[in-house]
Every structure is written in C-alpha cells, then in structure tokens.
Design a protein around this ligand. Structure first.
Ligand SMILES: [Zn+2]
Length: 232
C-alpha cells in the first residue's frame, strides 16, 4: 500500500481511537462523580445504581445528540461551501482560475508556474482543486453523523460501566473509596493510551485526566455530604 495512503488511514484510525478514549473518559468522570455524590448523601446501593444507570443513559444520549448535531452541521456547511464553489466555477471560470493561481503564488510558486499548475489541476478536477486549496477540505467525504453518534455514545457507555461495576461489587461501607480509586486507575490508563496515541508524554497525560477526575469526584462528594445531611 502506498505510504501516503497508509498514513492517511492510520491517522483516521488514530483519530477515531482518540475520540473513543476521550468519550470513555467522559463516561468515567461523569458517572463516577454522580455515584460518589449520591453515595455521599448516604443512599443505599440500589439507589446509587439507579442514579448511575440513569446517568449512563443520559450521558450517552447527550453525547450522541451532540456528536450527531456537530457532524451534521459540519457536513451541511461543507456541502453549502461546495455548492457555492461549484456555482462560481460555472459562472466565473476566469475569476476562479485567477484566484487559484494567486493561492499558489502566495504559497511560493512563480506566477507562470502557478498559472500552469492551476490550469492543469482545474482541467483534471476543478471543484476538487478549489475545495482542497481554497476551502481547505482535504477530502470530499460523506459525513456519517449516525456512525459518529453511535461511536460516541458507546465509548461514553463503556467508560460509565466501570464505576457502576465498582458500585455493584464493592462492600457498602467501602463503596466510595473503591469507586474513587478504581475510577482514578481507569482514568490514568485512558490518559496513558490517549497520550501514546497522540505522541505526547504518557505520565503527563495520565496525571492530567486523573487530576480533573479527582476534582470532579471531590466536588460531588461535598455536594452529596452537604445535601445528604440537610435533606435527611
Ligand atoms: Zn474558488
């Protein structure tokens, strides 16, 4: 497989993997914080589980909705840009040719060469040349909002299941420390994976996500303690 083709596929896969890891992080942080808060209000295991499962479903649905809307609106914008570009190419070929030539001149080509390159690329595929070099669309691909929404919801749900398992398996009196400890462990592992995928320092990656996760759980623990005592 030609190198450029392989690299592009590898980068796509990395992109998806990183998005899934970040989605799972969200699932862990928001569900662990939720169950720690409810448990701190001295709820029994059944109530904590119900709250956790409701949080998992709500979080997964909101991730799916957010991803669907953002991918669809991005696709809409790309489609509108391409339609406008197509129209300009049909109505003002000379102007578009000049525009593309200027883009290549600004990128450092000599005017004569820039003109030749613009002419050849427009002869091959004018819309693709303008989409890539004027609009910055590397690829005219069909957006898949449903696929993105499902992937996002699933990665959130996978993350959210981890603290729920801890709630299910921990002795009642140890529920909060076990949820916090196991969630921090899973977050650190996710942080290492995401950092590795992004070519960043894995310890910094692990620490960063564990720190924010801990902060979130601490905040909900305090809220649960506060409301728990005032409500009872
Ligand atoms: Zn153009």
């Amino acid at each position: 497989m030609p190198k450029a083709h392989f690299e592009r596929h590898y980068a796509d896969r990395i992109g998806w993997l990183r998005a899934s890891v970040l989605g799972a992080n969200d699932g862990i942080v928001s569900t662990a914080s939720l169950v720690v808060g409810v448990a701190a209000a001295s709820a029994v295991r059944g109530d904590v589980l119900v709250a956790g499962i409701a949080g998992l479903v709500a979080g997964a649905m909101s991730m799916a909705a957010g991803e669907y809307v953002s991918v669809s609106s991005q696709a809409d914008t790309e489609k509108a840009d391409l339609a406008r570009e197509k129209k300009e190419l049909e109505t003002d070929d000379a102007g578009e040719r000049r525009e593309l030539t200027n883009i290549y001149i600004q990128r450092g080509l000599e005017p004569a060469l820039a003109k030749k390159v613009a002419a050849q690329l427009m002869a091959k595929d004018a819309l693709m040349a303008h989409a890539r070099d004027e609009l910055g669309l590397n690829e005219i691909h069909t957006a898949q909002p449903i696929q993105a929404a499902v992937a996002s919801a699933l990665s959130f749900a996978v993350g959210a299941v981890l603290p729920l398992l801890a709630v299910l398996l921990a002795p009642s009196e140890m529920m909060i420390p076990i949820v916090v400890g196991s969630s921090l462990f899973f977050l650190a592992v996710m942080g290492v994976v995401a950092a590795k995928l992004g070519g960043a320092n894995m310890w910094v990656g692990a620490l960063r996500v564990a720190f924010w996760g801990f902060l979130a759980m601490l905040a909900t623990f305090l809220v649960g303690k506060l409301f728990g005592t005032s409500v009872v």
